[in-house]
Design a protein around this ligand. Structure first.
Ligand code: IPD
Ligand code: CA
Ligand code: CA
Length: 268
């Protein structure tokens, strides 16, 4: 199954599947939950177990590579000539903590500021999304494409709401309200990585969110792009892993969704 990919991608796949087993074993059990930076930003012992497993499995093979991981931060011996692995060991922790089976493992390899390969894995559904720069995006080894929808009124969208109360109290929620009041179904799944993966395989036509972190979006950006989608910031410029806003679409609807967002959102 893994032969069509290079050794970096294969390592990401192998570590994500094993980390997924760790999450699956923990899911629904009586585990420890801690709060970090605000009451609803949670972390469990399984975020840490999954992350430790992924980091160890990468550094065992590539000890000179650098790591940027949600729970342990950036590796001290950061080497800019080598690959930077951007890791979210459990995206959708709040879901996981409440026994809701919507969460994923997200891993991206970045070289010279370019995302070169990545995976997003949903361990409960056994859905493995993989992308390599210039080699397309795949779900369980089958090539995927974004949706063909070009009519905003009949589109299907997904978003996320930052835990940061300052944003909740801004007019950010009016973007959501605007789409809902147009009669457009909008979902909030609670895993930005899955939101992006599902734009890539056409389940959703578009996804927007603010204030995400590099580990939330690094893998998803490449998976959407390699599936033919477009990813920008709210101002229309290309979105990198460190940017503050993200809109990922099937490309056909990009301009019209951007227009709706910008008719409401004024960034501070
Ligand atoms: C969160 C999820 C969620 C998004 C939050 C993220 P976590 O990541 O991606 O969808 O709305 O902003 O922090 O904390 O579950 O890894
Ligand atoms: Ca995350
Ligand atoms: Ca996480």
């Amino acid at each position: 199954m893994m032969n069509q990919f290079n050794e970096i991608t294969n390592l990401a796949i192998k570590s994500a599947i094993e980390a997924g087993k760790i999450l699956e074993e923990g899911f629904g059990t009586n585990f420890q939950i801690y709060s970090k930076e605000g009451r609803n930003n949670l972390v469990t012992e399984f975020d840490k177990k999954s992350e430790n497993y992924i980091i160890d499995s990468i550094l065992k093979i590539f000890p000179n590579h650098s790591i940027l991981a949600e729970e342990s931060g950036k590796s001290k011996s950061f080497n800019s000539d080598e690959i930077l692995w951007v890791i979210d060991p459990l995206d959708g922790t709040v879901n996981f903590a409440h026994n809701l089976p919507i969460f994923s493992v997200s891993i991206a390899a970045v070289k010279n500021n370019e995302i070169i390969s990545c995976i997003i894995y949903h361990p409960i559904l056994k859905e493995l999304f993989v992308a390599e720069k210039n080699n397309g995006s795949y779900l369980n080894n089958k090539k995927i494409q974004v949706s063909k929808s070009n009519n905003l009124e009949s589109s299907f969208l997904v978003t996320g709401f930052p835990y940061d109360l300052e944003i909740q109290n801004s007019n950010y929620l009016d973007i959501f309200k605007n789409f809902v009041s147009m009669g457009i179904p909008v979902r909030r799944l609670g895993s930005a990585a899955l939101d992006l993966a599902y734009v890539a395989n056409g389940r959703f036509d578009g996804f927007w969110e603010l204030n995400l972190k590099p580990w939330d979006v690094a893998a998803g950006i490449l998976i959407v792009q390699e599936a033919g989608g477009t990813v920008t910031q709210f101002d229309g410029t290309t979105s990198g892993i460190y940017d503050n806003s993200i809109l990922a679409t099937n490309n056909h609807l990009h301009k019209s969704i951007l227009k709706e967002i910008n008719s409401i959102w004024i960034s501070k």
